[in-house]
Design a protein around this ligand. Sequence first.
Ligand code: PEP
Ligand code: MN
Length: 344
Amino acid sequence: MIIPNVNVLSDGQLKEVTDILTAYGCKVMVITGAERCVYAIVGDERNDDMVTKIEGLPYINRVDRIQSPHKLMDIRSSLATHRVKMGGIVLGTEPFFCAGPCTIDPKNPNLTIETAHAVKEAGAHALRGGVWKPRTNPYSYQGDAKALLVLMEASRQTGLPVDTEVMDEEHLRLAIEAGVHCIQVGARNALNYSLLRQIGEAIAGRDVCVLLKRGMHLGSVQEFISAAEYIAQLGNPNVILCPRGTQPTLDGYRNHPDESIVPLLKERTWAPVVVDPSHSVGKAAYVPAASLAAIAYGADGLCIECNVHPGKGIGDDPKQAVTPEVLRRIISQTRELWRIARGA
Ligand code: PEP
Ligand code: MN
């Protein structure tokens, strides 16, 4: 990783750096941060001659050689001071809340619109809502691109940024074109490296972030962070890690709650962690306790399924969506716990 003395290299400087790297069979990847750019060396960066030449350039501060399978997302990376922003929140500075229905019913747009206003009122900073759904049962409702219009209308009316899952390149294209602020990678696609790369390419240079769910089959800490690296290495490091419970389940829960992974992630990566307690426990009654646990473990925020009328929702909502009243209570209690836990 090349760290310049300046916030951004001029075209001439970038060309000089690129020419040196190319001579040694490497390439440069520009990583644009909020305030400054850093320049990742793509290829084998162990060549001392190459590194010495780069470090000899007057506008270069240093070259960091981190031996890590996820060198951009690594806690030792020069990106560690990078902060992900969403819904007016700098993640990590105060608790972040994303909430909304599991699935947007395009036949009942008012339910989503009403829910969007209610989650905002309850204190959420972002709205979630599934347009396309990964369903275990191929005969279940699979989603509908028309729901994207409903999601964007809800965003327009409330001013909330929106998060939705994409499962293929066409979904991705439609979501980016519509102006979706946060692209969700679901637990089933956590290791779909082609999709991760496509997302990385699509969001490079855009003010879009990614909510990356943890693979449901006990994805390891390193596997999880490396999946984020797939996206970040293409130029936009705004990836939020989202543990959402793993399989096999804890008898009685939908999955095995895994918020306890947060401190392990925090030791190895600077990426913000937003826990999804809804898919983890799978039942509305258990979501408040799981939310508190996640914040106690050091999560930077929560992504919660919420519906004004859970029973009228589709997908997971009848079982696991909390009402806006419960969401409001979760937000106030987790804020208090955050203050206690972080001494803030
Ligand atoms: C969802 O967010 O509605 C969803 C399907 O999540 P996951 O990929 O975690 O199962
Ligand atoms: Mn769901």
